[in-house]
Design a protein around this ligand. Structure first.
Ligand code: NIG
Ligand code: FE
Length: 421
């Protein structure tokens, strides 16, 4: 049976990768130990994992349990995709081609395209349309073995449109297959209508901190506040204002940091106590050192750099060797990473970032969970953790990054309940 019951044993796996370890982000050298075992099964009661042991030992410990047959596949934690912008309207095909002719991402933004074109588009759509567009995207992401996803607002850029985006995310959390974590990214850009005013930047930051954040917090619509801290978008001082305004309201800081140019954003994120700083393709050695000495997770998004065609990637080996905790995510969004097949991120981790397959698995599970403040809840096959589980039709964990572009996940469970089967 592929349906989990109140007490269920996951058995008959060819290989099991637990990603189990301390209930916090594991750092550099520890990322090599992904916990790969032959003949290891998992017992689930209700929404939690209660034991991992050989199939026979589990059957002795818990007689008469229902069983999920892993069909000699790979038994693994569900992936944690800790950085997406999955609620948007239309695709942005023309920019993809425009960049191919040599027009840079930031130049497209200066011309009022890029994020701004998704903003115009989202504002013109109903909540119902946005929900109807996002639902199938989430189903495709879940089909790749993702059981937890973070989703950011940031294409509304008015109080009304940011809040309704977050309410759509809340509905996806309530009705969708995956565990959903919401982030308010009202500081994604300066809206065009503010850009034209002389005091526009300050006025938009006031709107975010005085109007949007308090409303988001009082409705409980987000766990995190994020900002695009990048030369040409928000500067260091503006980032301080925005993220410090969120903290007392319970909005924990995250950052889009040092994506295209080094602006000291990674070190600023550490100073502000960011749970994660994300992108880092242009991070400086000082930024690497600051991350290594902190609890801030360094989240890298290799699909974005691939899709932008920059020929550049975050210095992941330097980050890991210095001792930073590295997480991998998709950055799924219509401009820079229209990627719904999460396992491709693991391929890019090995081929582009020079991570081992074990490091990539840890970065895409336990460290993704840490990037969402969920290191004690999900991302590991270990007793006490949520039964967020995926089974893949391969016999070796290294096969997932290797057979790229294939659909290999044959079932996933979120809190013990079928997520994708
Ligand atoms: O993470 N860098 C800023 N935000 C997104 C892209 C958003 C967009 O282009 O629509 C990112 O790459
Ligand atoms: Fe992003």
């Amino acid at each position: 049976s592929l349906h989990a019951h109140p007490t269920t044993l996951f058995v008959n796996a060819a290989q099991t990768i637990t990603c189990a370890g301390p209930g916090r982000a594991r750092r550099g050298i520890e990322m090599q130990a992904a916990g790969v075992h032959a003949g290891l099964g998992v017992a689930v009661q209700g929404d939690r994992i209660v034991a991992t042991a050989s199939d026979d030992a589990l059957r002795r410990q818990i007689p008469n349990a229902a069983e999920v047959d892993c069909q000699r596949g790979l038994l693994a934690p569900g992936f944690v995709d800790s950085h997406t912008h999955a609620v948007f309207g239309a695709a942005r095909f023309s920019e993809h081609e425009l960049r191919a002719t040599g027009v840079p991402y930031m130049e497209i933004a200066r011309r009022g395209g890029g994020i701004h074109s998704s903003v115009r588009d989202l504002r013109a759509r109903s909540d119902e349309e946005l929900y109807a567009l996002a639902g199938p995207r989430l189903a495709r992401i879940a089909a790749g073995g993702v059981t937890t996803i973070e989703i950011k607002s940031g294409y509304g850029l008015t109080p009304h449109d940011e809040l309704r985006t977050l309410r759509v995310i809340a509905r996806l959390a309530a009705e969708g297959p995956m565990r959903v974590v919401a982030t308010c990214l009202a500081a994604h850009e300066i809206p065009l209508e503010y850009r034209e005013r002389t005091d526009g930047r300050a006025a938009w930051i006031e709107t975010i901190t005085r109007d949007i954040f308090p409303q988001v917090a009082s409705e409980g619509l987000a766990t995190f506040a994020d900002i695009f801290c990048e030369p040409g978008v928000f500067n260091a001082e503006e980032t301080r204002l925005v993220l410090n305004a969120g903290k007392p309201l319970g909005l924990r800081p995250k950052m889009h940091a040092d994506e295209l140019h080094d602006g000291g954003a990674a070190a600023l994120g550490v100073e502000l106590g960011a749970v994660s700083v994300d992108h880092l393709a242009a991070v400086s050695p000082a930024g690497v050192a600051a991350l290594a000495a902190s609890d801030t997770v360094a989240t890298v998004l290799p699909a974005t750099m691939l899709f932008l065609g920059t020929g550049r990637q975050a210095p992941v080996r330097a980050l890991m060797e210095a001792g930073a905790a590295v997480a991998l995510a998709s950055d799924f969004n219509p401009g820079t990473s229209p990627l719904q097949a999460f396992p491709l991120v693991l391929t890019l981790a090995v081929s582009e970032l020079r991570m081992s397959a074990a490091e990539a698995w840890v970065a895409a599970t336990v460290n993704g969970a840490a990037a969402l403040g969920l290191a004690g809840e999900t991302g590991q096959l270990a007793p006490g953790y949520k039964a967020d589980i995926a089974v893949h039709a391969v016999e070796d964990y290294r096969a997932l990054p290797y057979w790229f572009g294939e659909r290999l996940c044959i079932g996933s469970w979120r809190g013990g309940r079928a997520c994708h089967v």
